[in-house]
Write a protein that binds this ligand. Structure first.
Ligand code: ADP
Length: 319
């Protein structure tokens, strides 16, 4: 489906509340059309809620969500026509073959039998499923079942595909293979992919990423740009006691812009390794251990929230 809008998604002040629990809080976000966009956040940060809003299953308590310029609340049919979704839970009927599952779904989306056959002949071989048409989901590996879900989401040629934690439950080899499929889609299709994940290494693979924490936007940008905001290289120190005290000592004694981030002290420097002996000479008694490394997305999360990134939920914003 060709689109004039260069914007796949626009959120304006979107909040969502389940009873007393605030799942999304005043979220403003824009996802450019084309490419692979990551929605990264710990479990419970609001990713699934946002996907339910984008897929028109849930009306936001406040604010507006647009998909290619169409409001999810006021033009849900226009949104659904442009959208494919791969949910966290497999959406296949175990009693039906792969082909029957896909044909039923395609028919629900209004594809003719002929169009459906063409789509299946095109998509199934590309995802390594050509020989599996007549098999039922329970005999397929977890990775193959996820690919069938992916084909299901792509049948009606959506302009936007949402994937909610698509590699949950897959072993590392299947995860790797699934991401290769996504990379292939990214380069061959005129499609915007949004992947929700709590895994940093998956977010690293995206063109752009929005980081969520307790329903709020922490930051948005390309993984490289977000990391480079913290400098190219840095010394990360574990203090013997207080990170505040160590950071202050370093600033006073060396003039370097040391900053305490969570339980660590961060000292950005273009030649970080050569800085180590100077730091030990001046503040050695306050340092328990030190590492030198380029910033990671974990560091970005830490710098922006003051909290260590953990895949587990942060405390609820209101409950
Ligand atoms: P994520 O997908 O990032 O794990 P969710 O959107 O599932 O996050 O959840 C965001 C917050 O909303 C969490 O605190 C979660 O417990 C809460 N939540 C999600 N679904 C419901 C629901 N149906 N009823 C009440 N609270 C919910």
């Amino acid at each position: 489906m060709s689109e004039l809008s260069s914007e796949a998604v626009r959120l304006r002040d979107v909040s969502h509340r389940y009873a007393t629990r605030l799942a999304l809080s005043n979220l403003n976000l824009h996802v450019p059309a084309g490419g692979l966009f990551g929605l990264l956040g710990p479990n419970g940060s609001g990713k699934t809620t946002l996907f339910r809003i984008l897929s028109t299953l849930l009306r936001p308590s406040e604010g507006e969500a647009l998909v290619f310029g169409h409001s999810t609340a006021h033009a849900p049919a226009a949104v659904r026509a442009r959208l494919g979704v791969v949910f966290q839970q497999p959406a296949l009927d175990d009693e039906l073959t792969v082909e029957e599952n896909l044909r039923i779904h395609g028919t629900l989306y209004g594809l003719s039998a002929r169009d459906l056959s063409e789509r299946l002949d095109d998509l199934l071989p590309r995802f390594g499923l050509a020989e599996r048409r007549q098999e039922k989901p329970p005999v397929l590996s977890g990775g193959l079942r996820r690919r069938v879900d992916l084909v299901r989401g792509l049948l009606h040629r959506p302009a936007l595909l949402l994937l909610d934690e698509p590699t949950t439950g897959l072993d590392p080899a299947a995860r790797y293979a699934f991401w290769q499929v996504l990379d292939q889609l990214r380069t061959t299709e005129a499609l915007t992919l949004i992947v929700a994940t709590h895994l940093m290494d998956e977010a690293e693979r995206c063109d752009e990423v929005a980081i969520l924490d307790t329903g709020t936007l922490v930051t948005q940008g390309s993984p490289n740009a977000l990391k480079q905001d913290l400098g190219t290289e840095a010394v990360w120190l574990t203090p013997a006691d207080s990170p505040q005290r160590l950071a202050e000592q370093i600033r006073t004694l060396t003039g370097l812009p040391a900053q305490n981030l969570g339980t660590l002290v961060h000292v950005p420097h273009p030649e970080a390794p050569s800085l180590l002996s100077r730091l030990y000479d001046t503040c050695g008694a306050l340092i328990q251990s030190a590492t030198v490394r380029a910033p990671t997305l974990e560091d970005v999360f830490l710098a922006k929230t003051g909290q260590t990134y953990s895949a587990e939920p942060a405390p609820s914003p209101t409950s």
